[in-house]
Design a protein around this ligand. Structure first.
Ligand SMILES: C[S@@+](CC[C@H](N)C(=O)[O-])C[C@H]1O[C@@H](n2cnc3c(N)ncnc32)[C@H](O)[C@@H]1O
Length: 298
């Protein structure tokens, strides 16, 4: 068995529990990068949660130790307690990854992982007076945070960013869809009532089709899987989308990164085909995730 076949088999077995979740793709991508590196990679994961990602990578490929150990940061103490127990060789820090002092004390890393993390910085700019996220403020906070985080990456090091993305279609473009079952329509209506970061605007037409914007269609596609599940209470507070492709690329280039891969992922595409019919010509289901690998060259 050659090395690639070995790792394909290893991850196929190990990642079974993440099947249908895009973040399995992050682990595969990071594993390929780490295998190409000469020495064990020093990894920083900002917003690591229970460390499923950084933990499985360090388990598989090792990490420098002592002062140079890989680091996971999170503000959720319960998640960190689980992470610490499971992955004792990783250094876990409780705190806010947008805070410069915390990051400056850590030195430099070969790989920065931002997996479903930056959309929290955007969502934290929710303004109760507006009843929505303050978009200019959220975007500005996000850019400042990314600049701070990117300073922790060595020249020649990498960032792997996985998150939501605005579709590459004017966000206000009207889209007409129809749900294939009454249950799917009812779920959409519950989603529209309960999704908190923005007001979802739609019109129910006499033929039972729905007219809405591309932006709101994207919000629906990326959030509805959580409705009725324990995570819904948390998920309905967060917007996955904050940037479109050109804003994402600009953030990376402005911070000295050279984008090497920009992949759009839709893990539930077949499911959507069964659930929703799109009437508007030229419109397909929006991407659920973006997975970007970029190298720091500047
Ligand atoms: C959706 S979870 C992703 C966890 C992990 N990256 C994964 O994909 O399994 C996002 C995590 O980021 C953490 N987080 C969000 N904003 C943060 C901040 N400003 N500082 C530290 N942690 C933060 C949350 O507590 C949460 O554990």
């Amino acid at each position: 068995m050659n090395t690639d076949s070995f790792w394909n088999f290893y991850w196929e077995t190990r990642l079974q529990y993440l099947q249908g979740q895009g973040k399995g793709e992050v682990i595969l991508q990071a594993s390929r990068f780490i295998r190409d590196a000469i020495t064990p990679a020093r990894i920083l994961e900002a917003g690591c949660g229970e460390a499923q990602i950084i933990g499985s990578l360090v388990d598989a490929h090792g990490s420098p130790s002592g002062e140079q150990a890989s680091v996971g940061i999170d503000r959720d103490l319960a998640a960190l307690a689980i992470a610490r127990k499971k992955y004792p060789s990783i250094r876990f820090l409780a705190g806010d990854f947008t805070v410069t002092d915390l990051l400056q004390s850590l030195g430099k890393f070969d790989l920065l992982l931002l997996v479903n993390a930056l959309h929290h910085v955007f969502s934290d700019a929710y303004d109760p007076t507006l009843g929505e996220i303050d978009v200019p403020k959220g975007k500005a906070n996000l850019l400042t945070s990314f600049t701070k985080l990117s300073q922790a990456v060595k020249t020649g090091g990498y960032v792997i960013l996985f998150d939501g993305l605005e579709a590459n279609i004017p966000p206000d473009k009207p889209v007409q869809i129809q749900f294939q079952t009454p249950d799917a329509l009812e779920k959409f209506q519950t989603f529209a009532r309960e999704y908190n970061p923005f007001h979802i605007q739609y019109q129910l037409n006499t033929d039972d089709s729905i007219s809405l914007s591309m932006r709101d269609f994207t919000r629906y596609i990326t959030k509805i899987i959580f409705l009725g599940k324990p995570l819904w209470d948390r998920e309905r507070q967060e917007s996955y989308q904050y940037f479109n492709e050109s804003e994402m690329r600009e953030m990376l280039t402005q911070n000295g990164f050279d984008v090497q891969e920009f992949q759009l992922l839709s893990v539930d595409y077949d499911h959507w085909l069964q659930e929703v019919r799109i009437f508007t010509p030229g419109i397909d289901f929006p991407p659920e995730h973006v997975l970007i690998t970029a190298q720091k060259t500047g």
